[in-house]
Design a protein around this ligand. Structure first.
Ligand code: BDR
Ligand code: CA
Length: 313
């Protein structure tokens, strides 16, 4: 039986690749729907981009619901400087024909969890945690219904990417991240410590371009665009590929290594706001609340991604 998942996302080229990887893996993953959140670009863009990606994969049957327009307490912070003005610059994808779902994304998450047996749905979060945090605040009973939350969020040994201490998804809405981290739901974290090992080198992008399908071409164009900023920033042979690790961990957890530890979110300090403080050595008595992954077999990851994306139109 495939694992039922909801993807909460702010596409974003790397979010798009994560969605495509899930759609390419129907034996293991059943995507119930997508909720869009403000993050890389405003909500109007992320909710449009999610639908563009579904149509690219020939799956307009999967619902997309727009969630929160801004973080719980703070002003929105976007990243057009990485993802381009649309959030999905690179390929020329048509405007989506499929409509947005009528329900608010937060309500749809709650309704969907309550309509399924407890523990059967995995929430995959690829953006700021606003929608999931709000759902937990609005309907705390959902905590017992969620099987697991698998998130691309945070950083520890690798330090931050938007401030010296914080990773983008947590920095944008640290209060929401704090609610989720304290929720008691089983959590898996794919932090920058992992995603900075998963570099989309020229050679890996070229393999995707040559798959012979429109998805491979579009993904190559997306990554070529979104890489530009990071290549300059880090000076590596490829840019990190973040969000698809969430789906890859579901598909092939043996590619990853980590520890069950306590991870707490900084919500007060101006200097380290949004830092995910990971008690890697167990030096506090704070309860373990997350599987914090630290290493990945990057070759295995790209082999999986390339093989799976070849299955799409
Ligand atoms: C995260 O921030 C976004 O720009 C990416 O889509 C990813 O979710 C990496 O820090
Ligand atoms: Ca994202």
């Amino acid at each position: 039986m495939p694992t039922k998942i909801i993807i909460d996302t702010d596409p974003g080229q790397d979010d798009a690749v994560a969605i495509l990887l899930a759609l390419a893996s129907p034996d293991e993953i059943e995507l119930l729907g997508i909720t869009a959140v403000a993050g890389n670009v405003p909500l109007s863009r992320t909710s449009t981009n999610a639908r563009k990606v579904l149509e690219l994969a020939g799956r307009p049957d999967i619902p997309v619901h727009a969630g929160c327009m801004r973080p719980m307490l703070r002003k929105p912070r976007t990243a057009e400087y990485v993802h381009g003005p649309t959030g999905l610059n690179g390929p020329d994808l048509p405007e989506p024909k499929m409509p947005l779902g009528k329900a608010h994304g937060v309500d749809w998450i709650i309704e969907t969890l309550m309509a399924h047996p407890a523990g059967t749905i995995t929430l995959c979060t690829l953006g700021p945690l606003t929608n999931v945090g709000m759902a937990l605040v609005k309907a705390p009973a959902i905590a017992e219904r969620i099987g697991r939350i698998v998130m691309m969020a945070g950083a520890y040994f690798e330090v931050g990417n938007v401030t010296p201490a914080a990773e983008f998804n947590v920095y944008v809405d640290p209060e929401a991240a704090d609610v989720v981290m304290r929720s008691g739901v089983p959590i898996t974290i794919l932090p920058l410590d992992v995603t900075h090992q998963v570099l989309s080198t020229r050679d890996r992008i070229q393999k995707l371009r040559m798959l012979g399908n429109r998805t491979g071409r579009a993904v190559a164009e997306m990554l070529t665009f979104s890489e530009a900023f990071d290549l300059k920033k880090y000076g590596w042979t490829g840019a990190p590929l973040h969000d698809p690790n969430v789906i890859a961990w579901l598909l092939a957890p043996e590619l990853y290594n980590g520890r069950e530890i306590n991870v707490s979110t900084e919500t007060v300090s101006a200097l380290t706001l949004g830092m995910t403080v990971a008690d890697w050595w167990g030096v506090t008595d704070r309860p373990k609340n997350a599987l914090f992954l630290r290493d990945v077999d990057a070759k295995g990851f790209y082999a999986l991604l390339t093989e799976r994306l070849a299955r799409l139109p």
